[in-house]
Design a protein around this ligand. Structure first.
Ligand code: F6R
Ligand code: MG
Ligand code: MG
Length: 368
């Protein structure tokens, strides 16, 4: 059976600042998806990570389907109504357009979706992250799909050893989608040259070179480019199929042990360690730290199993402690150097006015 997995995620309001959506908000989103999904969806699952709500949907209508995107949009509007009624902070903040215009991409919510012929056994992972940006997945995806230090299958399983084709988007380009395809292992170094810049080049999808099947799809929106001003970080969503000719689930999870430093901590303007957390975790310290959760599903004829919370395991408790320590270390230097993002990545406009005022006060000394 040919099915589509669509994951759409948005911040439409949370309790106590940008910490976590209310149960009422999540219930409203769930009820709306359930009502509007009748006859359109095969199955769905609603979850939260930090201050964002994610809707996972299975259906037969392919990617970029207006009706599916509108269903999610309307569910976020229903959540926004509750957010407003409860006085939640940032009510409706990621719904950047007043009227839905056919596709949730480019409007605010983060979208990851893929269509494929279901395998007899179909495991996949749904990643949702908060207080970070889509490029946060660049390093873990590269390591899981292209580095034998993380993916033992590259050496041990011939289908995986054929390598993968990465589609990478230049998210600074606002006039249409600017993309490039690079295949590993031959073009690994070219790929790394792009992926080092998480703020600009983002992995959009990955396909197997063994059979051309889609393995991973990630969101590539940048709210800054859509709204032209700061409206929060892009808090990315990603779907990854696993096993057989794709990396094993554990190979996809393994690079998250690094808890690498990413952008998006406090005011979308600081660097912090990406902490793998349990599903439904909120945020706290310094409006963070940046977090990622992962729910593992199996699907058959579009019907989802209950999820397994992939980071709910004692091993990840140790990783969480390590991530706290990494964030603690960089927080010790406050605004200095790499702790705060570079000038063009700062997401609060106020500093531009400050810099303009200061610029006018600079003087160039005359010689002598
Ligand atoms: C939001 C976020 C927060 C806010 C901060 C200030 O996802 O990352 O760190 O940027 O709480 O929010 P405002 O400017 O809305 O008071
Ligand atoms: Mg937010
Ligand atoms: Mg968020």
């Amino acid at each position: 059976m040919r099915i589509t997995l669509t994951g759409i995620k948005a911040d439409v309001g949370s309790i106590g600042g940008h910490l976590k959506p209310s149960a009422g908000l999540i219930d409203a989103v769930r009820a709306s998806v359930k009502r509007d999904g009748k006859g359109l969806l095969i199955d769905h699952y609603v979850s939260s990570t930090g201050d964002d709500v994610a809707i996972l949907m299975t259906h037969e209508h392919g990617v970029d389907c207006d009706r599916i995107h509108k269903l999610a949009w309307d569910a976020f509007l229903a959540g926004t109504e509750v957010a407003k009624a409860q006085g939640l902070y940032g009510a409706g903040q990621d719904l950047l357009s007043d009227a839905f215009s056919g596709n949730a991409k480019g409007l605010g919510p983060a979208v990851a979706e893929m269509e494929f012929e279901e395998r007899p056994n179909e495991p996949f992972l749904l990643f949702t992250a908060d207080k970070t940006e889509p490029g946060a997945y660049n390093l873990p995806l590269y390591l899981a799909f292209a580095d034998p230090m993380y993916n033992a299958g590259l050496a041990l399983a011939p289908a995986i050893g054929k390598g993968f084709t990465f589609t990478v988007m230049d998210v600074d380009h606002t006039n249409g989608d600017r993309v490039i395809e690079l295949s590993t292992p031959e073009e690994s170094y070219d790929l790394v040259a792009l992926l080092r810049d998480n703020g600009r080049f983002v992995i959009e999808s990955i396909r197997s070179r063994h059979d051309g099947d889609i393995a991973a799809a990630s969101c590539t929106t940048r709210l800054k480019n859509i709204a032209g001003t700061y409206v929060g970080k892009d808090d990315p969503i990603m779907i990854v199929r696993t096993q057989k000719s794709f990396p094993a689930t554990g190979e996809i999870l393994a690079p998250f042990e690094i808890a690498h430093l990413v952008s998006g901590f406090m005011r979308g303007s600081h660097t912090g360690s990406l902490m793998p957390v349990k599903a439904s975790s909120g945020v706290s310290f310094f409006d963070g730290p940046p977090i990622v959760s992962c729910m593992a599903f199996s699907v058959q004829n579009g019907k989802l199993t209950e999820p397994v919370d992939a980071f709910d395991h004692p091993y990840w408790d140790w990783v969480r402690d390590k991530a706290s320590l990494k964030s603690h270390h960089i927080r010790q230097q406050g605004f200095s150097g790499p702790a705060m993002l570079g000038y063009h990545e700062l997401e609060y406009g106020g500093i531009r006015h400050r810099m303009k005022d200061l610029d006018e006060r600079f003087v160039v000394r005359s010689d002598g």
